[in-house]
Design a protein around this ligand. Sequence first.
Ligand code: NDP
Length: 307
Amino acid sequence: MTNQSHTPSTSPTKTTVTVLGLGAMGQALAGAFLEAGHPTTLWNRTPGKGDDLVARGATRAATAAEAVRASDLVVVCLYDYDVSQAVLGPIAADLSGRTLVNLTSDTPERSREAAAWAAGQGIDYLDGAILVPVTVIGTADALLFHSGPKSVYEKHEGTLKALGGNTVHLGEDHGLAAVYDNALLDFFWTSMSGLVHAFALAGADGVKGADLAPYLSALLAIFPESIASTAVEVDSGEYPGEQAPLVTEAANVDHIIHASEHRGLDVESLNGIKSVLDRAIAKGHGTDGWTAVIEAVRAPVPGAAAH
Ligand code: NDP
């Protein structure tokens, strides 16, 4: 092991932290712990990552077991839960009696499985999810979710806040961090997909991205109000559609599909949206508002799942 001290120096009074996984995110997490003065130990499958962190005072461990034994708090950030279980399974005895925080992204089911495994090994376990890119880690704006026992979260809250000022404990159910993460990224990725399609549609008629961009931003200004009103409608099950009934919105989506087809663009996701709209209308929601599509989303076509 090597351990060189550089500014900012770590403090022996601060919680010792181990970071397993030095991908782009793992390195950012370790850097934030170091910045906050936590004695930080690192491990990564492939050697050679994290030299700058070692230069800043982190300790490099030769094995995951050695890394875990160095700290009270162990933070995992790996590719997915298959990988994290493959790394953690063989070192369960070393983890026993310590706190494990898994910041790897995956599904709520995988989080709950991991929590059940940890409970069986005597490991205090928090599940987590990171909602910001690496460059935001360690800043006041960084949003990170945690779920699992509140007492475990409170014990390490001060240390976990080194990763981001917007660090939230969502509840005792270990799956909650992934529930929120999956839902927010559902919105993000489908929106990003629509954004790229919009640029392709305008671009097919020679409109530059830079010329369309200001109007897309203006459109975004309605989102906070839309999100708030949609939440109320989803929670109440009432979807007022006097101002914009679903049948009218479906015709609008049809226009975009036809224009896209005419320009030789991909329409697979738009057809998917139209198909959900049509099913909501067939269920009697034609005069309701857009939010009524949730009734079709909750009743997918049997056998239509991709995998
Ligand atoms: P990277 O692809 O940069 O790193 C993946 C990490 O997993 C590396 O440490 C890699 O080790 C390790 N790994 C992969 N397969 C194995 C294996 N079979 N055995 C042991 N280790 C393995 O990913 P990121 O660091 O970017 O992401 C990590 C997690 O953070 C993901 O769940 C991601 O969704 C989440 N996240 C990332 C964000 C980002 O902006 N990057 C934003 C929000 C969340 P090796 O170096 O040896 O390959």
